[in-house]
Design a protein around this ligand. Structure first.
Ligand SMILES: CCCCCCCCCCCCC/C=C/[C@@H](O)[C@H](COP(=O)(O)O)NC(=O)CCCCCCCCCCCCCCC
Length: 217
C-alpha cells in the first residue's frame, strides 16, 4: 500500500510557493498561519539535505513552534496577521524592545528572525535562478548569507553556517530535491516565486520599520 504520510513529507517547491502566495491577503495583511506553513515546508527541504543542517533547521523549527503556539492560544485572533500581532503585542507591552527581559519569545522578535532569513532566501534563490549549470550553490548560499543574516549572527554561528554551506549539494542535485521538474522548469518557477517572496518580505519589513522593531533583541 502506498504511504501517504511519506509522500506528504516530500518537499515540493510549488507547494511552498503556494503557501507564500496565500499568505498575503487582499488588503496586504501577512497571514501568520500561512507564513509559518511556508517556513515549515522550507525546513522540510533543509532536512532532506542531510543532518549537517540540523542545527539550522532546529532553530527554525523552534521559532515556528513558538508562533504555532500563539496561533493556538486563547489570543489567536490577534495572531492572525503580522499587522494584528504587532499591534496586539505592542499595545499590551508583550515585547522586549531594547534588551532581553521578560519576553524572550515574543511573536514580534521570533517572526523577525524568520523575516531576516526570508531575505537570505530571496537573495539565494535569485542567484540560483540566474546561475549557469556549473554554478556553485555553496558560494551562492554564503554570498546571500553574508549580505543578509550574517550581519545579525555572532562569529560562532557564522562559522558553523560557513561549514554547513560547504556540504550543500551541487546545482543539479539541488534542483532535483526541489521536486519541480526539469531545470528550466525550476528556473521558471523561481522566476514566478521571487517577486512573491520579495513582496511578502517588503510588507513585513515596512510593518516592522514603521513600528521601529527591526532591531528587537
Ligand atoms: C539550503 C541551505 C540552507 C542554508 C540556510 C542559511 C541560513 C543560515 C542560518 C544559520 C542559522 C544558524 C542557527 C542559529 C540561529 C540563531 O542564532 C538565530 C538567531 O536566533 P535567536 O535570536 O533566537 O538566538 N536564528 C536565526 O537567525 C533564524 C534562522 C532561520 C534559518 C532558517 C533557514 C531555513 C532554510 C531553508 C532552506 C530552503 C532552501 C530553499 C530552496 C527552495
Amino acid at each position: 500500500m502506498a504511504e501517504p504520510a511519506a509522500e506528504e513529507q516530500r518537499f515540493s517547491l510549488r507547494e511552498v510557493l503556494d503557501t507564500f502566495r496565500s499568505c498575503l491577503s487582499e488588503n496586504r495583511e501577512v497571514l501568520v498561519a500561512d507564513y509559518v506553513a511556508g517556513w515549515r515546508g522550507l525546513v522540510r527541504f533543509l532536512n532532506s539535505l542531510g543532518s549537517v543542517f540540523s542545527f539550522i533547521s532546529k532553530d527554525a523549527t523552534n521559532k515556528i513552534q513558538i508562533l504555532d503556539n500563539f496561533l493556538q492560544s486563547e489570543n489567536r485572533v490577534h495572531y492572525a496577521s503580522v499587522q494584528s500581532m504587532v499591534q496586539f503585542e505592542l499595545e499590551n507591552e508583550l515585547v522586549d524592545l531594547t534588551k532581553r527581559g521578560k519576553f524572550p519569545e515574543s511573536g514580534c522578535r521570533t517572526l523577525l528572525r524568520l523575516h531576516r532569513a526570508l531575505r537570505w532566501l530571496e537573495l539565494f534563490l535569485e542567484r540560483l535562478r540566474t546561475s549557469g549549470e556549473d554554478g556553485k550553490t555553496s558560494a551562492m548560499c554564503s554570498e546571500a548569507y553574508n549580505e543578509s543574516l550574517a550581519q545579525h549572527h555572532p562569529w560562532i554561528v557564522r562559522t558553523a553556517a560557513g561549514v554547513a554551506f560547504c556540504a550543500l549539494p551541487g546545482r543539479a542535485t539541488f534542483f532535483e530535491v526541489m521536486n519541480a521538474g526539469a531545470p528550466d522548469q525550476v528556473v521558471a518557477m523561481l522566476g514566478d516565486a521571487l517577486p512573491l517572496i520579495s513582496e511578502v518580505y517588503q510588507v513585513v519589513e515596512d510593518v516592522y520599520a514603521h513600528n521601529d522593531l527591526l532591531q528587537l533583541p
